[in-house]
Design a protein around this ligand. Structure first.
Ligand SMILES: C[S@@+](CC[C@H](N)C(=O)[O-])C[C@H]1O[C@@H](n2cnc3c(N)ncnc32)[C@H](O)[C@@H]1O
Length: 527
């Protein structure tokens, strides 16, 4: 980012650019209709999909076909110029660039380090693209600047690369609990995407990073999108917030496990510089000292499966050093070789090259040294209990389904349900009334000719789309939960129908009812 007139200043990290330049840029991007749908329409669905896979030729061809020399109409529109420069990462002619920045001017775009000009060619220096989202407050769109990727550079990215919005970024942003809060810490903010999302629910966001360049881009993105509640701080892990506590911590930390040997690049955007999964351990354990009572940390991480232990038991030993509630969800596990291939390729080193082979050996040696057979990836929800005497939440589970949107709300409801359950012993549960959640359906499968179902499945439409196999008694009890009758009364009636003992049936279904409440199949009626 070009640093010129000082404008945005924070307590510990200052970003300098002209506010006038940024608002002129905003006017130009808006005026050109530089939005996700418009850019996709520009080159069509197939080209957009190819681009997503890392190939830009179809998009280039679609744009070229629209030019006058190919029978298209008129000069490239500003939208096509902006998309060519900042999404495809390709140069454009000076006249087209001038037409794309009517308010900012080409000189302004150069001042902001968006482009450079040489010999009548204007070359992009940043990736800048529209981004749209939906959360509990509605839909929205921003423009997000980050460093040019491998495709635009034509070679592997440098070690200080600042990442744009990737799959992991969107996974975490989709998990952010949409509850109004006072303060949020975004640790390892990169281009600032989590801080921007968090600013929708929080009065104040502190965004930290070890990379000055990342903070410059995060500050630029906040300014470009008119967000003023984000404070930037430079430093490693919790150093910049020593002695401070937050209502929420969000972090997509640099969790990629990387060999610590000469010749292996250490990419700031993904590698925290520690051995194995120690970075994830440090962020998790460190969060405890920076959460307000009742405050919640939401983060992503990798954890190693070592020969002598299951990854969850290692994560549990990290958590045991804290008083935190913890809900750990593992979404996928990659074997050591696949993990190495994924991350070597991710930075732009191509298979079949000597560089790839030597990095591959380094990765496999590193895993072998710790007896690592595979690596898990998932999401962590950690909470500093509001009261030290409250029962501890420790839930570890493997959920392989891809995430839908709106999971943040589901996570928040699950934590609420945990608290509700903790306050209701079995006797109180029997007196409580429940509603079946609106997204729950029941499937029954019969052996041909049989009048009793062989399998009954309760299926959740939202949340983690869980399915639960229920016996006849549990299915009957759940089916009768209409918010009117207490659980104990329903269990008694079902026992009567099935000609079994009411107390025994209630005791049998109670653990399952607890699980169904926790996972959102049943909602307690509190009024
Ligand atoms: C995976 S990126 C996440 C970026 C962004 N928050 C997102 O969700 O897309 C991790 C970020 O952590 C930063 N980082 C690396 N080491 C760090 C450290 N020791 N302390 C704080 N941040 C660090 C990197 O510079 C990078 O911006």
């Amino acid at each position: 980012m070009g640093l010129n007139e000082g404008v945005t200043s924070t307590s510990s990290f200052s970003v300098s650019f002209s506010a006038d330049d940024v608002s002129a840029l905003r006017a130009d991007l808006g005026g050109a209709g530089f939005a996700v749908d418009a850019v996709d329409r520009l080159w069509g669905e197939e080209a957009a999909a190819a681009l997503h896979r890392g190939y830009r030729a179809p998009a280039e061809r679609a744009l070229a076909a629209a030019l006058p020399s190919s029978g298209g109409s008129g000069a490239p529109r500003p939208l096509a110029t902006l998309a060519t420069l900042f999404v495809l990462g390709l140069p454009v002619g000076e006249a087209a660039a001038r037409a794309a920045f009517p308010a900012l001017g080409l000189e302004g775009a150069i001042r902001l380090s968006l482009v450079s000009l040489a010999g009548g060619r204007v070359t992009p220096r940043l990736d800048l693209r529209p981004y749209s989202f939906a959360d509990a407050l509605g839909t929205g769109s921003w423009w997000i600047a980050s460093d040019l990727g491998e495709l635009a550079l034509g070679h592997a990215i440098p070690e200080n690369h600042v990442l744009g919005v990737g799959g992991a970024s969107m996974t975490l942003s989709g998990l952010i609990m949409p509850r109004a809060i006072g303060s949020v810490l975004d640790l390892g903010t990169g281009c600032g995407i989590q801080a921007l999302h968090a600013s929708r629910f929080a009065k104040r966001v502190v965004a930290t990073d070890i990379s000055e360049r990342a903070l410059e881009l995060a500050g630029f993105n906040a300014a470009l999108n008119g967000i003023t509640s984000i404070e930037l701080r430079l430093g490693s892990l919790f150093e910049p917030v020593a002695g401070e506590r937050f209502d929420r911590i969000v972090s997509n930390p640099p969790f990629v496990i990387t060999p610590r040997v000469e010749g292996v690049p250490s990419y700031e955007y993904r590698d925290g510089g520690l051995v194995g999964d120690a970075l994830v351990e440090q962020v998790m354990v460190g969060a405890a000292a920076h959460l307000e009572p009742g405050g919640i940390a939401q983060m992503l991480g990798n954890w190693e499966y070592r020969t002598e232990s299951d990854a969850f038991s290692r994560v549990a030993t990290w958590l045991d050093r804290t008083e935190l509630d913890a809900w750990v969800i593992e979404r996928e596990v990659q074997d050591a070789a696949l993990y190495a291939e994924t991350w070597i390729r991710d930075a732009g080193t191509r298979p079949g090259t000597p560089e790839f082979d030597s990095l591959y050996t380094a990765w496999l040696d590193d895993f072998a040294a710790r007896g690592v057979s595979s690596v898990g990836f998932g999401y962590l929800t950690l909470r500093r209990p509001a009261s030290p005497s409250a029962p501890r939440l420790r839930r570890f589970e493997r959920i392989g389904t891809a995430l839908g949107s709106g999971l943040g709300d589901h996570l928040a409801s699950t934590i609420d349900a945990w608290d509700w359950l903790a306050g209701h012993d079995d006797a109180a549960l029997a007196e409580a009334r429940f509603d079946v959640a609106g997204d729950v359906t029941e499937e029954r499968h019969y052996w041909p000719g049989d009048e009793n179902p062989a399998v009954i499945t309760l299926r959740q439409g939202g949340g983690f789309a869980r399915e639960v196999h229920a016996g006849t008694a549990l299915a009957a009890v759940v089916g009768a939960c209409d918010g009117e009758l207490p659980l104990g009364v329903i269990a008694g009636a079902v026992a009567h129908l099935l000609e079994v003992d009411g107390g025994e049936l209630l005791a049998e279904v109670t653990p399952s009812i607890r699980d169904l409440v926790l996972t959102g199949f049943l909602n307690p009626v509190t009024a």
